[in-house]
Design a protein around this ligand. Structure first.
Ligand SMILES: [Zn+2]
Length: 293
């Protein structure tokens, strides 16, 4: 069994918080490609990774969320796909203390699949496969597919990552809360998503983004009753508030950590943070859960 899954059998595994939030605080401008910093500002990226490990994260995501060639092409960076992912993996590896983990981050293409859009499913899977290969070359311990709003696209990424062979894969969808329950943007429900992920070989079933920690408590319960697989839950820091065009998150680290305890008690094996979280949130989570190194 892979070490990260073994650790999850012993205690709650702590993941990192947001990368985008930290990069913006470090000066990333709107419209700038965060992944390009893996090449152009590597020491800033490594510092963020290091901060998360120092606050007690067991696993840290690489700065490669938008690092598939289809997404990179939007900013004319498709030819840098391999370099971004190899270097991104190396930066996290460099910051990673021995015994801790590097998660190779893969996010959506940003395009709609056929027939709603122009993107073919084979084309998407191939782009994800090439990204996963580059992340593996750079030395990640496993692949973490995040913020997917389409089950079909998430499955393409999952199949691609499983093609690497002996590398665990975490598969996360983003759910919205409706009166009828939790659904992806494309309308897929929790049970449908979980059974498709299980069939496709996901090692860990996950959810991140869109919802704050309060809503994620209930979502964790639904996911837990749908699967016996390990669960990774990564909430935002509460609900976003937009004032004068600037979006911010109002939740305090202590509030986030209290909800984190309920998320653990509802069946999560692994917990981290998404938008609006920073190392203070992860530190509070570690303390509140009483996680020992
Ligand atoms: Zn998020």
């Amino acid at each position: 069994m892979h070490a990260i899954l073994g650790l999850a059998g012993k205690r709650t595994v702590i993941f990192d918080g947001a990368m985008g939030t930290m990069l913006m605080a470090a000066g990333l401008k709107a419209g700038e490609s965060p992944e390009l910093w893996d090449i152009e500002k590597p020491s800033l990226v490594t510092d963020i990774h290091r901060k998360y490990y120092e606050t007690g994260a067991d696993a840290v995501h690489t700065n490669t969320f938008g690092g598939n060639a289809i997404k990179l092409a939007d900013r004319g960076l498709a030819d840098k796909m391999e370099q971004i992912n190899v270097e991104g993996a190396k930066l996290a590896r460099k910051a990673c203390p021995s015994g801790k983990f590097v998660a190779g981050d893969m996010g959506p293409t940003g395009k709609l699949l056929k027939p709603l859009g122009d993107l073919g499913i084979e084309e998407a899977e191939e782009a994800f496969f090439r990204q996963a290969q580059a992340l593996a070359t750079g030395g990640v311990d496993f692949i973490s597919i995040e913020t997917m709003y389409s089950l079909e696209e998430a499955l393409a990424a999952l199949r691609a990552a499983k093609r690497l062979g002996d590398v665990p894969v975490i598969a996360a969808l983003t759910f919205n809360r409706t009166k009828k329950g939790f659904f992806t943007m494309m309308g897929e429900g929790v049970n449908q998503a979980v059974s498709a992920f299980e069939k496709a070989g996901a090692d860990v079933i996950a959810t991140n983004c869109s919802l704050g920690s309060r809503d994620m408590i209930d979502l964790t319960k639904e996911l837990r009753s749908a699967t016996g697989k390990p669960l990774l839950i990564q909430p935002n820091a509460g609900k976003p508030v937009t004032q004068k065009g600037v979006t911010s998150y109002q939740q305090t680290p202590a509030e986030f950590a209290q909800d984190g305890r309920e998320i653990r008690d509802s069946g999560a094996d692994m917990i981290g943070g998404c938008c609006g979280t920073n190392p203070d949130f992860i530190k509070a989570l570690v303390q509140t859960l009483g996680v020992l190194p």
